[in-house]
Design a protein around this ligand. Sequence first.
Ligand code: CA
Length: 429
Amino acid sequence: MSAHDQTTAPELKSWVERANAPDCEFPIQNLPYGIFSTEHSAARVGVAIGDSILDLTVLAEEGLIACPLTVVTQVRLNDFIALGPIVWRKVREQISALLSASNHTLQGNAALREKALIQQAAATMHLPVEIQGYTDFYSSREHATNVGMLFRDPKNALLPNWSEIPIGYNGRASSVIVSGTPVRRPNGQIKLPDQDRPVFSPCRKLDLELETGFIVGIPNALGEPIPIEEAEKHIFGMVLLNDWSARDFQAWEYVPLGPFNAKTFATTISPWIVTMDALEPFRTLQPTQVPLPLAYLQHTGEHAFDIHLEATLKPETAAEATTITQTNFKYMYWTMAQQLTHHTVSGCNTRVGDLMGSGTISGPTPGSLGSLLEMTFNGREPIKLQSGETRSFIEDGDELTLRGWCQGEGYRVGFGLCTGQVLPAHPMK
Ligand code: CA
C-alpha cells in the first residue's frame, strides 16, 4: 500500500461524531472487521466505527460495497478474506468514503443510516474467523530470556537456537475463543519438587500471556514456501491474544516436546481484526538482529509496528482493575514476516483464517513484562493490586483484560478489549 493512502490520512473525520474523539479506538482511520449479532439479526460481518458497528449486509444490499451479499452475511470472515487484497482494499476505500464527514450517501439518508449503524453496546461479538490452524511463536527476546532463567539456567537462559529460529509450536485451534468468554481453570498433572510422582490437581499457577496474533489472508499451497519479501502481503490483519497458561503443568510436561495441556485449554482473542492497511502508518524498525539471520529470513526496511499494549487484572470483588503491565509490540525480536516465512519454509501450507500468536511480549523494563510468571519471579514476589490484595498467579473470579492501540496524530487505532474471567476448576474425579 502507498504511503499516501487516503483512508489513513490523520485529518480525515467521520460524521459518526464519537469516532472523532482522540481516545476513541475506532476512528475512521481504523475500520476493523468483526462478526456481530443483535437481538434482531443473526451473526454477520460488521466494521467498527466510533461506538457503533457498520452492518455490511445493509451496505451490500444497497450495492454500496464491492462484495457479494452472500459473503457479508456469513458467521465468519473467512469468505470475505478469501476474496483477496484487491477486494479488501476496494471495500475499505468504499467504507471510508461512506463514513467520511464530506459524504452524504449514508449521512443524509436517515432511514438507511439507522438501519446500517448498530450500537456496539447492543451487539454480541463472535469469533471473527474460523481458525483451522493456530501456531504460537516465542519471539520476544526479553520473555524467552526471563523464562529461561526461571525454568532452566540463569547463565544460559537463551538457548543457542533462539537467535537463529523464530521458535514456535503448533497450538490448539479448537480452544481459541472470543473476548468475553469465561475461562475454566484446568485440572492436570503437577510435579511438586519434594515428591517422586506428580499429583492431579487444579492448576495452581494460572497465568496470562500478553500477545498479539495475525490472521493469514492469502494461503500458500503445500510444498510452496512464502518468500520473506512476500510474507507481509499474506497477512490480513492483527488481533490481541491472551494465551492462558498453566505454569505448573508446563514445567512438568514441556520436556521433550514442548507445552501441551498447559496451553490447550483456552486462547482468547479480541473480536475486531485490525487490517494491515490501518496499521501501515505505525510501521517502525524492528530490533537489530545479531547474528544476522540466515538468508531466507533476512529482510531490509521496517517490519515492526508501534502498538502500545497493556493488561489489567480485576479481582471479582474489587471495585476497579489494576494495570499490571504496559509494553509494546515493537520490542519483538522476530517479525511477523520472518515468522510466516519460517513457518512455511519446510513447505507447510497455511489457510485463510489461520492464527499466528506472537509469543508473550515482554519489554526491557520491569513494568513491561507480559506474564505473571515473569512479574512475580514464578510466584516468589507477588504483585500488589489497587484493592490491597496481592497476586502470585491468577485466582478464581479474576478478570484479565488486554488493550492495545497505535497512537496517531490526534487519533488512535485500537483493537478493543481482549478479556476473560476465570471460573473455578471442575471438581476432580
Ligand atoms: Ca504463548
